[in-house]
Ligand binder design. Structure first.
Ligand SMILES: C[S@@+](CC[C@H](N)C(=O)[O-])C[C@H]1O[C@@H](n2cnc3c(N)ncnc32)[C@H](O)[C@@H]1O
Length: 346
């Protein structure tokens, strides 16, 4: 079986990187086929756990807007005939809506929606099936890419509202400088953390990263040199009903975890001398990496943000880390944020 993913186009590499990381850590055997920016086909090599795997992707991914199960693949000349050959009873039991999205195509999506809706409605011999445009019980998604037409159905809904509701200023404890929940979730995914595993953010601030990790079921640990931040993280985690957490008031350079962790995801301070306690950012990054190395399991991943001007490669090499992946996010004219995925050298 195949899934069709509609992804965010706000970054050219992160949505696919996030998807690949989740497939890897959830052990989902699938071929990823990027059709164009924003559109990905996922071909499952093993269909036995198809719906469990589909659900895991829905629960975890941040830069994917929608995931649909493909019913048929057709083309612009044949799709109407093909739609009539589908047994729609398998997919629709009450009401439905058709939504058409186009990529590299000039089709009129509104008239496609009407025509396809009409064809589906007429293929039923019972008249209790209705079209319902708002909150339909079945959403039929039609994707048109150049001459290809994909007919699919949404079985599990992504909670897109979460990333709006969890914006830093909407949480009970707020302090400027927290990253967007979407990027935080993406970084958590890039760290390959699994449910019930231990994830640490040693510069936890207001807890934005830990919220995202806690929501996908990992056990979270947060520490910060500022006790107000340490307490604020607890307030925000409680607000999100995350209970499997511990927070510590500690300088990252003194960090000694009672148990080595499965992943570290963090956004260390840079630029503003108050947030680095007056220490240069080069020094804080180096000392952080040295300290965190001792607190990570050998196969753990570290996903971190850093400014473009920091010579991270040199530091990683000296300490015994290696870079796995690296992505650039342009913040403004003079700052590019680098998201790095790092692990301990073999
Ligand atoms: C960029 S903020 C982290 C933001 C966080 N991701 C959030 O969602 O709010 C950096 C945090 O590092 C903390 N910090 C600075 N120096 C530190 C140190 N030496 N050890 C531990 N925490 C430190 C600051 O108090 C601040 O809360």
């Amino acid at each position: 079986m195949e899934l069709l993913l509609i992804q965010s186009q706000e970054h050219d590499k992160l949505p696919i990187a996030e998807l690949n990381a989740v497939l890897e850590c959830e052990n989902i055997p699938a071929n990823v086929n990027k059709i164009c920016s924003g559109l990905v086909l996922l071909d499952f090599l093993d269909n036995e756990d198809f719906y469990d795997n589909y659900k895991s992707l829905v629960e975890r991914l941040a830069y994917t807007h929608e995931i649909d199960e493909i019913i048929i693949k057709s083309d612009i000349n044949n799709f109407k005939k093909d739609i009539l050959n589908i047994d729609w009873n398998q997919y629709i039991d009450e009401n439905f809506a058709v939504r058409v999205k186009r990529f590299n195509s000039g089709i009129d999506t509104v008239s496609y929606e009407k025509d396809i809706g009409y064809l589906i409605l007429n293929s039923f011999n019972k008249d209790n099936i209705k079209v319902k445009l708002e909150n339909p019980s079945s959403l039929i998604r039609v994707l048109v890419f150049e001459n290809d037409v994909f007919i699919a159905i949404e079985k599990f809904k992504l909670n897109k509202k979460h990333f709006q509701d969890m914006k830093p200023h909407k949480r009970p404890f707020f302090y400027p400088g927290s990253m967007s929940p979407k990027l935080a979730r993406c970084m958590v995914n890039l760290s390959r953390i699994k449910k019930n595993q231990l994830l640490l953010d040693p510069f936890c601030g207001t807890g934005g990263i830990l919220i995202e990790a806690g929501l996908i079921g990992s056990k979270v640990l947060g520490s910060d040199v500022n006790w107000k931040m340490k307490n604020g993280t607890g307030i925000n985690l409680d607000y999100c009903d995350i209970s499997d957490y511990k927070t510590f008031h500690v300088d990252v350079r003194e960090l000694k975890m009672y148990e080595k962790v499965d992943a570290v995801v963090t956004d260390p301070p840079y630029g503003i001398s108050t947030s680095t306690m007056g220490i240069s950012s080069d020094k804080i990054f180096y000392q952080f990496l040295e300290s965190i190395y001792k607190n990570m399991k050998h196969n753990a991943f570290l996903c971190m943000a850093s400014p473009h001007y920091l010579d991270l490669n040199n530091m990683l090499d000296k300490i015994g880390f290696e870079l796995v992946e690296k992505y650039e996010i342009k913040m403004h004219r003079s700052l590019t944020r680098i998201i790095s995925v790092i692990r301990i050298k073999e």
